[in-house]
Ligand binder design. Structure first.
Ligand code: KG4
Ligand code: ZN
Length: 336
């Protein structure tokens, strides 16, 4: 079963071909980051236009990389939400057109479900049940994955997503978008205990997250130092912010594993690329006898291979295309 998958929910135009939900035959990603960098963040209208300009080319290059033609494809998958509506619509319409023209099934995939199942491509033995920590620019969630089609979100962010907090802190230090990798690199030269930022755990036993307090703590610190005419050690600041964020992510993940009596943790989303989060989770899971599945960086940030993996497990690969499929910017995870 070869699935051609399309992902255009934000600023990456990506097309992949995935066989049997696990084998990536192609995963082409055209990133618009350099364009959006000029504005300090993603500009939705510009994102849609660039998806439109690039999508045909990216589809051709995925087929070429896999040495396949349209006739070899068994189904079309596409991210239909959540994300930027204009950006999503480009992928959804292209996928519908392809499915209709080729007479192939069309599978709609939730973007976060895609992130969660990206790990399947690299860990051949991985299967539910597991807990997934989704940490991206738009989402921070803890998801209990009992089965491929039985996913329960037990915790979510009440304000900023973790990647968003990274990006805003980076911006306040004058670092370019996306700020996460910049903070990660800067923090490597700093002391994570230099400045204390209050960790927000919310109510006892809550799996929800809140990062706006930590972010404001950093912004206040920067303003206070500047008002006093004092210099800011940016490496110490980055490391201290990161330590506060990672403490909460690690502690809540362990609490979920413990309470749900699960022994596998999957890491997903762009912030899963963070070196400190990976190191801390590697140590914490080893200490607690938990298997950690942290896919390589290319599978953590937005890509279409994750949509192709998820589509195989969550979609109906026999059903003919539902051409009424629409983009849903605030789509929630629904069990199939
Ligand atoms: O999953 P993703 O590619 O897009 C969304 O669906 O949001 O995540 C992008 C986010 C950005 O906020 C970016 O700053 C963050 O992931 N990110 C990182 C790192 N690499 C990417 N954050 C912290 N450390 C990193 N190394
Ligand atoms: Zn994403």
């Amino acid at each position: 079963m070869k699935i051609l998958a399309i992902e255009t929910s934000c600023d990456e135009t990506s097309v992949a071909i995935v066989a049997d939900g696990r084998h990536i035959l192609a995963n082409q990603i055209y990133s618009q980051i350099d364009i959006h960098k000029l504005y300090g963040g993603v500009v939705p209208e510009i994102a849609s236009r660039n998806h439109l300009a690039k999508i045909s080319q990216v589809i051709d290059s995925a087929l070429m990389a896999a040495r396949l033609g349209f006739a070899d494809i068994d189904a079309i998958a596409v991210t239909n939400g959540p994300g930027l509506v204009g950006a999503l619509l480009v992928g959804v319409n292209y996928a519908k057109t392809l499915a209709y023209a080729l007479g192939k099934p069309l599978i709609a995939v939730h973007h976060i479900v895609g992130h969660i199942f990206a790990a399947l491509a690299e860990y051949s033995a991985l299967k539910p049940p597991f807990i997934c920590l989704v940490a991206s620019g738009g989402h921070t969630q803890l998801v209990v994955v009992e089965d491929y089609r039985k996913l329960t979100v037990i915790g979510t962010t009440r304000d900023d997503a973790v990647g968003e907090a990274y990006d805003k802190v980076a911006r306040s230090l004058g670092l370019p978008y996306p700020g996460g990798p910049q903070i990660d690199a800067l923090a490597k030269r700093g002391d994570g205990t230099a400045i204390h930022f209050k960790r927000s755990y919310l109510e006892k036993d809550s799996y929800d997250f809140s990062f706006s307090g930590i972010k404001s703590g950093v912004l206040n610190y920067i303003n206070q130092q500047r008002q006093k005419g004092l210099t800011i050690d940016e490496a110490d600041l980055a490391a201290s912010f990161q330590e506060a964020v990672v403490d909460v992510l690690v502690d809540k993940s362990l609490m979920a594993l413990n309470n749900y009596k699960m022994d596998s943790l999957v890491l997903a989303g762009g912030v899963a690329a963070n070196s400190r989060l990976r190191a801390r989770l590697t140590a914490a899971t080893a200490q607690n006898g938990i298997a950690l599945y942290a896919p390589s960086l290319k599978l953590c940030t937005d890509n279409a291979a994750m949509i192709g993996c998820a589509a195989y497990y969550v979609g109906d690969t026999k059903k003919s295309a539902d051409l009424a499929l629409n983009a849903v910017p605030s789509l929630t995870i629904a069990n199939q």
